[in-house]
Design a protein around this ligand. Sequence first.
Ligand SMILES: Nc1ncnc2c1ncn2[C@@H]1O[C@H](COP(=O)(O)OP(=O)(O)O)[C@@H](O)[C@H]1O
Ligand SMILES: Cc1cn([C@H]2C[C@H](O)[C@@H](COP(=O)(O)OP(=O)(O)O)O2)c(=O)[nH]c1=O
Length: 212
Amino acid sequence: MQDLPQGKFITLEGGEGVGKSTNLRFITQWLDEQGISYIQTREPGGTPLAEQLRSLLLEKRDERVDPTAELLMVFAARAQHLNQVIKPALAQGKWVVCDRFTDATYAYQGGGRGLDWALIAQLEQTVQGDLRPDSVLLLDVDPEIGLQRAASTGAADRFESEQMDFFRKVRAAYRKRAEGNPECYQLIDASVPLEEVQQSLAAALQQIAGGS
Ligand SMILES: Nc1ncnc2c1ncn2[C@@H]1O[C@H](COP(=O)(O)OP(=O)(O)O)[C@@H](O)[C@H]1O
Ligand SMILES: Cc1cn([C@H]2C[C@H](O)[C@@H](COP(=O)(O)OP(=O)(O)O)O2)c(=O)[nH]c1=O
């Protein structure tokens, strides 16, 4: 039986204010230039239901949000997004460029909130089966710098309102993920000027496209 076409699943990750929005524009421009067919999407979100869950997750509230409730909401949104949007696009041979995915769960709910990675891994397997990103582009910068950058782009949401210690744990967890699986992760220094970040991204994309 002939294999169905399968696009590449690329995720962009990093802490607050690392430059994800700016660099997503660069990535999609690069894909346009190469004539690669793709969709751009984000987590939490990407479908009407998942976007509603995103609003609930990001909204600041007086009630303390239980970390396990937060974790389950993130995976509820992911199940919907995967089945409605990501898998169909990959099956059509499109690339999927996703602004955050399950590495954010390991970093924020695992690192930041202190939930056990084994619990996250169980939910990951249940929701995703064997589906994992082909490549994770991880933008890495000291959170002090990231938060200064993010401050210029609007009001802080529930996550952005956390303390510095939370963001340090998020960064450490992301780096641990990348170090544990270097073939799948591109750890990109985002402290350098934007042009240099984008040179690294272009090199990473070239490598991913070459491997198809
Ligand atoms: N490498 C960089 N050096 C300096 N400033 C940057 C860099 N990357 C992004 N910025 C700036 O930081 C701010 C936040 O970037 P943005 O792309 O909105 O981050 P995010 O989407 O990760 O929150 C923007 O004003 C952007 O121009
Ligand atoms: C995907 C995902 C995101 N998040 C958080 C991280 C971010 O703070 C937030 C999403 O916001 P973000 O992607 O930073 O969007 P914006 O640039 O519009 O602020 O959701 C989790 O805590 N767990 C997850 O699994």
